[in-house]
Design a protein around this ligand. Structure first.
Ligand SMILES: [Cu+2]
Length: 309
């Protein structure tokens, strides 16, 4: 009996999660130094800057600032992400982030100083973060290319701890740079097939023996206090009810209880639920066959969300 009921119990849990609101935002993006997507997103406080306005006008799904991810890269970043499209991860939904501009919200840093990199996460993943710095060949008036980045990351961290809603990675900033640069962050998941890409605009001031703290230009580069807590969006707000058919099944099963023996009913309900889950999963798989963002492989993670590109 207990064995037989397990699928039904699992289905009920899944249905409850779908109904009550799976955390709709997922994944993450760098907040220290502040990435373009995070800066222009709803929690970054920079959406009204000329750079963010131009990016959004050109196409930048900054409501999903944490979702610049591409499946099945497997470390072949340089082969798969085209030059000039590094900041969007080659995703058309984020092409506005590739705009060459000299006024992207930037974090002022001291070259060569110790620094704690923060990568805000909404739902954690396992994986390795790699941080690359632009070289002297970089010019903010041109789109970022792979040739502008150092071959090797200046920092690589696997499965760092999460504190205050962000992966915290103490490290050292690259030395010998001044002026405007980009720190390019690649987060290759090991528990999903996804790799995430982010551009963080920074301004290096020369080391002067002063305080090595990183003060942002203009307003604070720290996200607002609300950004520290993982954000959950009510299911209704996602405008997608793809998971709901499965949720309705147990209700129908209750009706049948009068005419069928209970184990049979529970078994049938479980069977129908599994079938519906399979159907929904197949729909999602088909929807995700476009290059950008397949659903994450993590259970209950963005389940039921339709891709917007
Ligand atoms: Cu994810």
């Amino acid at each position: 009996m207990a064995v037989r009921r397990t699928p039904a119990a699992l289905a009920a849990v899944a249905a409850t999660l779908l109904l009550t609101g799976v955390p709709a935002s997922a994944h993450g993006a760098p907040t220290s130094p502040l990435s373009r997507a995070a800066a222009c997103g709803p929690e970054g406080g920079r959406a009204d800057t000329p750079a963010c306005r131009a990016a959004i006008a050109a196409g930048a799904a900054v409501r999903e600032w944490d979702n610049i991810r591409v499946a099945r890269i497997d470390g072949r970043d340089r082969e798969r992400i085209p030059d000039g499209e590094l900041c969007s991860g080659g995703l058309s939904a984020y092409r506005g982030l590739d705009l060459p501009r000299t006024d992207w919200p930037a974090t002022t840093l001291t070259a060569g100083a110790r620094y704690t990199f923060r990568y805000r996460t909404t739902i954690p993943h396992k994986g390795t973060f790699r941080f690359y710095a632009t070289t002297a060949s970089y010019a903010p008036t041109r789109r970022l290319t792979w040739a502008d980045l150092e071959e090797k990351p200046f920092l690589a961290v696997t499965d760092p701890p999460i504190r205050d809603g962000a992966y915290q990675m103490p490290g050292r900033l690259p030395a010998g740079r001044t002026g405007r640069h980009i720190i390019y962050t690649i987060w290759q998941n090991s528990d999903t097939q996804d790799t995430y890409y982010s551009c963080s605009d920074v301004v290096f001031r020369p080391a002067s023996g002063g305080a090595a703290s990183a003060a942002p230009t203009g307003r604070s580069a720290s996200p607002p206090a609300s950004a520290a807590a993982p954000r959950t969006v009510p299911r209704a707000a996602t405008g997608d009810r793809a998971g709901d058919p499965a949720a309705g099944v147990p209700v129908a099963a209750v009706t049948d209880t009068r005419t069928f023996p209970r184990p049979l009913v529970v078994g049938a309900a479980a069977g129908v639920t599994v079938l519906l889950v399979v159907v929904v999963a197949m729909r999602l798989r088909r929807a995700g066959s476009v290059p950008a963002g397949r659903p994450c492989g993590v259970r209950n993670h963005r389940a039921g969300r339709r891709r917007i590109w």
